[in-house]
Design a protein around this ligand. Structure first.
Ligand code: G6P
Length: 614
């Protein structure tokens, strides 16, 4: 949600800002803008819609832009005020001496806006961000120094922010700061770059500094200095990051989503590597710092997440209860944070977040930590904000995920949860031999995932047939209820088809009233478990109401051909491990339906990959 880039140096500022913003598009946005420090002026250009619109605008004003020495850029995902040019960042103070780009939300902006208006500030936009420009400008009048004016202004703000700020009076540097929103500084030679995330930096440098909450940095061409809001200077901690250039390339695929779906077998293979060395030995998770003695006595686990990560969490609950016999609750972070929950110092809270930036999940983790709970974070970004509050971090190592619709991070989360659930069971004394079969089968999962991907062409044809429906019902039972939910979520996210998932047994308690020939029912059928026969009965009930039936199944039973209109087969797999395979056809189905309908697969409307506001 929103992305920031700042650059100071001798290279082409416009190119660096727009290329950087291009790599942040995955965060979700609906307008874009840049401010350039050029010929002792601050020149601002904005456009609504795709970044290409801003680039086209910059092309038409090329002759106005001489030789900028620095600049700041932004892609905005509207929160306060419509997605229009006035509300697009950068924002300026009344006299335009201060220019600001911002990611986050200023919660007390209304009060500040009133006070500043009384002082004579003239507001142009409806945004919360604009108060920052005015506030800094007001402080600058008395302080006369950008860094100190920024500090003085920021302590008056409530909420979350990552900010890049320039002053017309200080042509030598950009000042940036953060609180509860990500911001990193890339250290180059004779140039420095600031950004919300690594992809915007890696073409310039692999040396980065993670700015911490309540720190302000002065970024010059050849130096960076950081201090806390309290004034204490902060020693520079430069980290060398592994450059993942493949992650931000489509590698020949039409969309990032398709590339990321195809990466799943190798991600899962890598995750298994070194974790299950010998199926007769217990699983080792050295990242879990909680002592085995404490873990042995854990009687309750709370899992907190949002979106696709929440679906992984639901399967995690099933696995923890099934394997380890420990009671587990799973809850949307946005619900957990606003109720009187029972978390205490004996709780183990597992927060799952691909990005590690989701505001609701971070707030939940902070609350749980304040109550003394032990926090285990499962994330794809071990460098992210959420890990600051973690006692242990399990990195799902899926590589940067660019497509807004999560795919590879989901199966990597699932695999991590399988490992954790077995680990917990073994720590709690469940006999290792109970898991021999599951471990053996886990090792075969990457190859089976590859097999599923070989049916892609067939799924594409089936997707075309299904793309005309306006409403779809997904059903599942047990461990695959969440697979059905994830399948429905994928479809609605990227094709905008109304898709809803229900426990198969709930169909006749209401949703069945919706069914007719225009409302297909999609199911997951895995033999070898009671849920198989029960779900078939539910499908029969739907068929009796003329609904078209689609199933993803590992069964080879010929009789299914008479019942189902569309069958997508996956390799034989045990019920408990099936979610990690069964979700792939659902990902492909959603992908090809969206592609067939001509939708923006990687950046669906209204959605953001990192939801940094509550
Ligand atoms: C957004 C994304 C979803 C994602 C959810 C949770 O809504 O569009 O794809 O599942 O956030 O994100 P997280 O990074 O916390 O897993």
């Amino acid at each position: 949600m929103c992305g920031i880039v700042g650059y100071i140096g001798n290279s082409d500022v416009v190119d660096i800002l727009t290329n950087g913003l291009n790599t942040l598009k995955y965060r979700g946005y609906d307008s874009a803008g840049v401010a350039l420090f050029d010929e002792n002026k601050i020149k601002i250009y904005k456009a609504v819609g795709k970044l290409e619109n801003l680039k086209a605008k910059l092309e038409t004003v090329k002759s106005e832009i001489k030789n900028p020495s620095m600049g700041i850029g932004h892609i905005r995902w509207a929160t306060h005020g419509k997605a229009n040019e006035v509300n697009a960042h950068p924002h300026t103070s009344t006299s335009s001496d201060i220019v600001v780009v911002h990611n986050g939300i200023i919660e007390n902006f209304k009060e500040l806006r009133e006070e500043l208006t009384k002082k004579g500030c003239v507001f142009k936009s409806e945004t919360d961000t604009e108060v920052v420009a005015h506030l800094v400008s007001e402080e600058y009048k008395t302080i006369g120094n950008l860094k100190d004016a920024v500090k003085k202004a920021l302590v008056q703000l409530r909420g979350a922010y990552a900010l890049c700020i320039m002053s017309i009076n200080e042509p030598e540097h950009i000042v940036c700061a953060r609180k509860n929103a990500p911001l990193i500084i890339g250290i180059g030679e004779g140039e420095n770059v600031i950004a919300s995330d690594i992809p915007a930096i890696i073409s310039l440098t692999s040396n980065i500094i993670y700015l911490n909450d309540e720190e302000v940095a002065v970024v010059k061409k050849d130096s960076v200095s950081i201090e806390k809001f309290s004034g204490e200077s902060v020693p520079l901690k430069i980290v060398k990051i592994a450059i993942e250039t493949d992650a931000i390339s489509k590698m020949g695929y039409k969309h990032y989503m398709l590339k990321e779906i195809h990466e799943q077998p190798s991600i899962v293979r890598n995750l298994l590597n070194g974790r299950i060395v010998d199926i007769n030995s217990p699983i080792e998770l050295p990242e879990i710092k909680m002592s085995k003695d404490v873990l042995q006595n854990i009687s309750k686990i709370q899992i907190i997440a949002c979106g696709t990560s929440l679906h992984a969490g639901q399967i995690g609950k099933y696995l923890i209860e099934d394997f380890a016999g420990v009671s587990a609750e799973v809850e949307s972070a946005s619900e957990y944070i606003y109720r009187k929950n029972t978390t205490d110092k004996n709780s183990l809270v597992i927060a799952i977040s691909q990005s590690g930036e989701t505001a609701d999940t971070i707030t939940a983790v902070k609350q749980a930590k304040e109550k003394g709970a032990y926090i285990l974070v499962i994330t794809n970004r071990p460098d992210s904000n959420i890990t600051r509050y973690a006692d242990s971090v399990l990195n799902v190592n899926a590589g940067i995920e660019v497509s807004v619709a999560a795919t590879k991070s989901y199966t990597a989360q699932l695999l991590t949860l399988y490992l954790f659930a077995i680990y917990l069971a073994e720590v709690k004394g469940v006999d290792v031999s109970n898991f021999l079969e599951i471990k053996r089968e886990l090792l075969s999962i990457p190859t089976k995932m590859e097999e599923v991907l070989t049916t892609e062409g067939d799924i594409e044809k089936k997707a075309e047939k299904l793309s005309g429906f306006k409403n779809v019902v997904y059903i599942g039972r047990g461990v695959n209820l969440s697979t059905a939910m994830e399948g429905a979520l994928k479809l609605k996210e990227i094709s905008y088809i109304n898709a809803n998932a229900y426990p198969a047994g709930e169909l006749k308690h209401g949703p069945i009233a919706l069914l007719d020939e225009n409302m297909p029912v999609v199911s997951v059928l895995i033999p070898g478990h009671i849920s198989y026969d029960k779900t078939i009965s539910n499908c029969e009930e739907a068929k009796a109401r003329n609904a078209k039936l689609i199933t993803v199944t590992s069964s080879n039973d010929e009789k299914l051909n008479n019942l189902f209109d569309v069958i997508i087969r996956i390799p034989e797999v045990s019920n408990v491990l099936s979610p990690i395979l069964a979700v792939i056809p659902f990902q492909l189905l959603a992908y090809y339906i969206s592609n067939f309908l001509g939708k923006d697969v990687d950046q669906p409307r209204n959605l953001a990959k990192s939801v940094t506001v509550e």
